[in-house]
Unconditional design. Structure first.
Length: 216
């Protein structure tokens, strides 16, 4: 059985902690979020995102990023997770958040390694459950040379435990409503850690399998 995994991020991989985030400083947390769906089931994700465009009278060619969404829209999105899961119980929503201040120097010197390690922690076990995986990370999150490093890293890890065939194709979120869905989910989870809880997070949390890295 094949699956498609969409991956996006929220926060940044900078390391300037002597200033507040957004005022010269880096985010203290960084989140990767993913949705795992059976091949060809994107419509249930796209429908949710398309609804926001329709309500705003905005064309999908003009991408709506999660940071631009109003609090009410974010709550509405979070409530939609329960509806999607109820109709599609085999869909998985998941995330991993790192407390960056506790990451070691090796990760700080090579932040792409941290990104790749987080992706492995988040996705490897899920990938092994499928014969083939079409992996679609947000292209803007990954440098060109890192795209191949991430694929090779995950493919090598998979080879040691399973026969899963991995196909990695980065897309830009402006071209994928499914990636935009994951962008919103990542933003809601990250905002909870960076700024404190919210109604959107409280509504979303029961439906997202969450992991934490370097919190303790």
């Amino acid at each position: 059985m094949g699956a498609t995994i969409y991956l996006d991020e929220s926060g940044c991989l900078g390391w300037k902690f002597d200033q507040p985030y957004g005022r010269g400083g880096s985010s203290r947390y960084f989140t990767l979020a993913a949705t795992v769906i059976p091949d060809g089931r994107e419509a249930c994700l796209e429908r949710v995102v398309r609804g926001f465009y329709k309500k705003r009278g905005r064309g999908t060619c003009n991408e709506l990023k999660s940071v631009a969404m109003k609090s009410g829209e974010r709550v509405h999105f979070s409530n939609s997770l329960a509806n999607v899961k109820a109709k599609n119980p085999d869909i998985v929503f998941t995330s991993i958040t790192v407390r960056k201040e506790r990451a070691n120097k090796a990760f700080r010197d090579h932040p792409n390694r941290l990104y790749n390690y987080m992706a492995k922690c988040l996705l490897l076990d899920l990938m092994t459950q499928h014969d083939s995986v079409c992996f679609i990370p947000d292209a803007r999150s990954i440098k060109v040379e890192s795209k191949y490093a991430l694929h090779d890293y995950l493919a090598t890890e998979l080879a040691s435990t399973s026969d899963t065939v991995l196909h990695t194709t980065p897309w830009e979120s402006k071209d994928s409503l499914a990636l935009q869905f994951v962008d919103v989910m990542a933003g809601i989870v990250w905002s909870h850690y960076e700024f404190g809880s919210s109604d959107a997070y409280r509504a979303a949390a029961p439906h997202i399998g969450q992991r934490q890295l370097f919190f303790y």
